[in-house]
Design a protein around this ligand. Structure first.
Ligand code: ADP
Length: 533
């Protein structure tokens, strides 16, 4: 057989031929909605590659983007790796010292930013050690002083590019984990890992994409390449709708209605806002058929709310280190035979089902493999062609002698191959020798009317070692009280899981939209140690 390397830019090359006229629509910062197709995107990717080469970018170099979900960012997803360089998708929601750390650690020559990132960049510029060019992803009319202009740079360039055949193991994307403790850690995706991941992600046993889908990625392009959607979608010729940075309910609803979005995905917080918008306005989700939700556990009631609107929810689990798809919730005949209610229950409450390409096992404290009975939980280990081997520029490997990577999550796996996360190892609450799952508690609490998000953390307790406290952020001022919360929880949880303290207040989130447990423990770690007043 031919030894043809798997190269990322060949995905867009293919889409430009096989799905050339399929539309791509994008919002942009303060610009009219942009519309074009795969054929033109491919030509513009060539122009972008030429422009970067003119700026001095060479194969092996790194280029950082600080950009939202837009068509220009999408083009760079192919142009930068395609020319043999590496795209570091910097996360603008990171604390600034971490953002600076990631760009310096990547050693990027060029920084491409959206217009409304100029302020951040002006503040951190002095600390960036390797960046030589700052390019704003904008047309010439709306430029920011002191930066180079993307549209002006690419305008004069040729619309074809001598795309090289690259070693498929060469680096292509550099994504950093948000590093709630310590410095962020870089994961360097290769051409091979991205293409294999994209092929698997589009399968019916995963995201089930076809050219009839209209896909709006609401997970950020800088968060693990928006879970690989740009690649899996382009392979299948989907119409893409890019929402830029406007993830509020009304903006999403407008794009869903105007563009006929059938499929979307993102972290739970975005969908809480979207469902709230629909509840308030009485609007319907139009042609939206499916939403994939992951990054944190999907509250069961969120899946039920979508189901009532005729939208199917699929939960996914993954991490930056797994490119990121690890499991996706999809039914099987054996599960369907149990009846719709039981099938829904499993699909709604499990993180997902094994997919080809990611091997999984759960182990106890002595590294013994545990049975897949859906009951016993252990440390979740994974391995496969799109799982990390070592962090970027790290000396030591991150996997054991057999290739297993410890995810830091605790989970069960059941007889149908469904995996269920009970907690992150560091978030497990140990109360008097027993475990309390913070995820289960949060999940139940999120279903209480008037709750926007509920967070549970274990804090010091002199008698029980640790006890849970719950921080509840109401949807609106006064939409939920401590008593209402207790009444909601009481019939739904084991008695001793009841949080020792329920606090109403803002729930801190990390740069990737997850509950920031460390911040909660830092702030409330001693609340149970104080004498009761
Ligand atoms: P970061 O730590 O930078 O936010 P990741 O996105 O890589 O970055 O986080 C991965 C972690 O997110 C997983 O290890 C897991 O703990 C959590 N996670 C992802 N998807 C889910 C899910 N569906 N349910 C529960 N936890 C999830």
């Amino acid at each position: 057989m031919q030894d043809a390397p798997l190269n990322i830019h060949d995905i867009l090359r293919f889409a430009s031929v096989a799905h050339g006229s399929r539309e791509l629509v994008s919002r942009n910062v303060d610009e009219p909605v942009w519309r074009y197709d795969y054929a033109r995107a491919w030509r513009r990717a060539a122009q972008a590659a030429h422009a970067l080469a003119t700026l001095g970018v060479e194969p092996g170099d790194r280029v950082s983007s600080l950009a939202w979900n837009t068509h220009r960012h999408f083009e760079l997803f192919f142009a930068v790796p395609g020319m043999g360089a590496v795209l570091h998708t910097a996360n603008p929601r990171l604390p600034e010292d971490h953002l600076v750390f990631t760009i310096n650690h990547a050693g990027s020559k060029v920084l491409l930013l959206d217009r409304n990132m100029a302020e951040i960049v002006d503040r951190i510029k002095g600390q960036l050690e390797t960046v030589q060019h700052y390019v704003v992803l904008s047309d010439a009319e709306r430029m920011v002083d002191g930066f180079e202009c993307y549209e002006s740079l690419i305008a004069a360039e040729a619309e074809d590019y001598p795309w090289p055949k690259l070693d498929e193991n060469a680096g292509a994307f550099l994504c950093y984990t948000s590093g709630t403790t310590g410095d962020p850690k870089g994961v360097l995706y290769s051409h091979r890992s991205v293409v294999l991941h994209a092929l698997a992600a589009g399968l019916p046993g995963a995201l089930n994409f076809s050219a009839f889908d209209v896909v709006m990625p609401c997970q950020s392009l800088y968060h693990a390449t928006a879970w690989g959607l740009p690649f899996a979608g382009a392979i299948n010729g989907v119409k893409f709708v890019f929402p830029c940075d406007r993830f509020d309910g009304a903006s999403l609803q407008q794009m869903i209605a105007d563009e006929g979005v059938t499929f979307s995905g993102g972290v739970p917080t975005i969908w809480t806002m979207y469902l709230d918008h629909l509840a308030k306005t009485g609007e319907a989700p139009g042609k939206l058929q499916r939403v994939i939700i992951g990054g944190s556990a999907v509250p069961r009631d969120m899946a039920v709310a979508f189901d009532r609107l005729g939208v199917a929810v699929q939960q996914i689990w993954g991490m930056t280190e797994t490119s990121p798809l690890g499991v996706v919730s999809t039914p099987t005949p054996a599960l369907a035979a149990l009846g719709k209610d039981d099938e829904n229950e499993v699909i709604w409450t499990r993180q997902g089902r094994m997919m080809f390409g990611i091997e999984m096992k759960i182990v106890d404290d002595d590294d013994n493999a545990l049975p897949h009975d859906g009951e016993q939980s252990g440390a979740l280990m994974v391995r496969g062609p799109w799982v990390l081997e070592r962090y970027y520029r790290a000396d030591a490997s991150a996997i054991d002698a057999e290739g297993w990577f410890d995810t830091g999550d605790i989970s069960t796996i059941d007889r149908f191959g469904f995996m269920r996360i009970t907690d992150r190892k560091k978030d497990v609450i140990k109360s008097g020798g027993e475990w309390i799952s913070s995820i289960d508690l949060e999940n139940i609490a999120a279903g209480c009317p008037g709750v926007k998000v509920a967070a549970v953390a274990g804090v010091y307790h002199s008698k029980w070692e640790e006890r849970p406290i719950m921080l509840v952020e109401p949807l609106e001022v006064g939409s939920v009280t401590e008593d209402a919360m207790r009444e909601w929880l009481e019939p739904r949880i084991i008695k001793w899981w009841m949080p020792d303290r329920i606090i109403l207040g803002a729930v801190p989130l990390t740069a990737t939209g997850k509950i920031d447990k460390k911040a909660i423990r830092d702030k409330y770690g001693q609340v149970l140690a104080e004498p009761a007043t």
